[in-house]
Design a protein around this ligand. Structure first.
Ligand code: C2E
Ligand code: MG
Ligand code: MG
Ligand code: MG
Length: 298
């Protein structure tokens, strides 16, 4: 802040802007190092049937394993990668790691039928995406039916492509589409109905509003919204997954409201896949494999 006593009334803003720009530059540098040295990994979080607690699939979540800074969570660098365009190269890496995970799961009789869900940025939602998916699936001999792609309504909103055609081609590969962070955008309900999606993921902010407070008082502020989402999903034959389940209380509230699937720290944090594959006996005995998603409509 050496300029803060200067005549220029905007100097504090300038300094903050400078710090922000420096941070962005640092992140850009880290991203290109990470791509060069192969520092990106996928961690996996189990998605479970809430009543039986059996794992039906895993969501792949990107991590940058920095040799000095340790494990870096994705939000900050994904945003920068989206701005610089390197998200496409990162996305290719995510897809490759996702395919490797699916191969590993298939090789293990306990996990053979489980699926993998991968997150896509708006920038990856391009006309060539179906071809990229198809060539990965065939290179790794993986069935598209075991791959779920998570997109947000913002992705659909920002796109000026022929989305119906693009979605139809993706679904033609057998892949399912999930609307992530559902309920946080501006026009959730219209997107639920407008596009041929299969899964709705209730955002963790709704899950957080369920259960009892730390003082023991019931607090179901968000329950009406969850009930509305479940009601609509049932009418539209969509699968519902609740995100961010941390307590038994929240779990019970979701089961009471007919939410079928969920994920959260209560069941398992994002970890390298081997953590779950070579998990404790307890983890393994909880596994019953069955298809978690409706058959593709095409
Ligand atoms: P998301 O797809 O909505 O993923 C859920 C986030 O919630 C993850 O954060 C996960 O670690 C966290 N989470 C899971 N269970 C709980 C819980 O019980 N409590 C709490 N407080 N949090 C929980 P993460 O891994 O930091 O990822 C953040 C976001 O980054 C993701 O949100 C997704 O939008 C994006 N992202 C992650 N991986 C990728 C990727 O490979 N590609 C792209 N484009 N985006 C990704
Ligand atoms: Mg997601
Ligand atoms: Mg989410
Ligand atoms: Mg998110």
């Amino acid at each position: 802040r050496q300029k803060s006593s200067g005549r220029n009334g905007h100097c504090v803003f300038d300094v903050q802007f400078g710090q922000e720009a420096a941070r962005q530059l640092e992140i850009r540098e880290t991203i290109s190092e990470a791509l060069e040295h192969d520092w990106f990994e996928l961690y996996f979080q189990p998605i479970v049937n809430l009543k039986s607690r059996s794992t039906v699939g895993f969501e792949g979540l990107l991590r940058l394993i920095h040799p000095e800074q340790g494990v870096l969570p994705p939000l900050e660098y994904i945003q920068v990668a989206e701005q610089t365009g390197s998200i496409l190269e990162i996305g290719d890496k995510v897809l490759e790691l996702g395919m490797q995970a699916l191969q590993k799961l298939e090789a293990d009789p306990d996990w053979r039928d489980s699926y993998v869900a991968l997150n896509l940025s708006a920038a990856q939602f391009l006309p060539e995406l179906p071809d990229i998916l198809a060539s990965n699936l065939s290179a790794y001999s993986v069935s598209g039916k075991r791959l779920v792609l998570e997109i947000t309504e913002t992705t659909l909103m920002q796109s000026n492509l022929d989305l119906d055609k693009l979605i139809a081609r993706i679904k033609g590969l057998g892949c399912a589409l999930a609307l992530d962070d559902f309920g946080t955008g501006f026009s959730s309900l219209s997107y639920m109905n407008r596009f041929d999606v299969d899964v709705v993921k209730i955002d963790q902010s709704f899950t957080r509003g369920l259960g009892t407070t730390s003082l023991g008082a019931p607090s179901n502020k968000t329950a009406p919204f969850i009930e509305a989402i479940v009601g609509l999903s049932q009418k539209l034959a969509l699968t519902v997954i609740a995100e961010g389940i941390e307590t038994e209380d929240q779990l019970q509230c979701l089961i009471d409201r007919d939410v079928t699937y969920g994920q959260g720290y209560l069941f398992g944090k994002p970890k390298p896949l081997d953590h779950y594959l070579r998990g404790s006996q307890e983890d393994r005995s909880a596994v019953i494999s069955f298809p978690a998603l409706p058959e593709p409509k095409v």
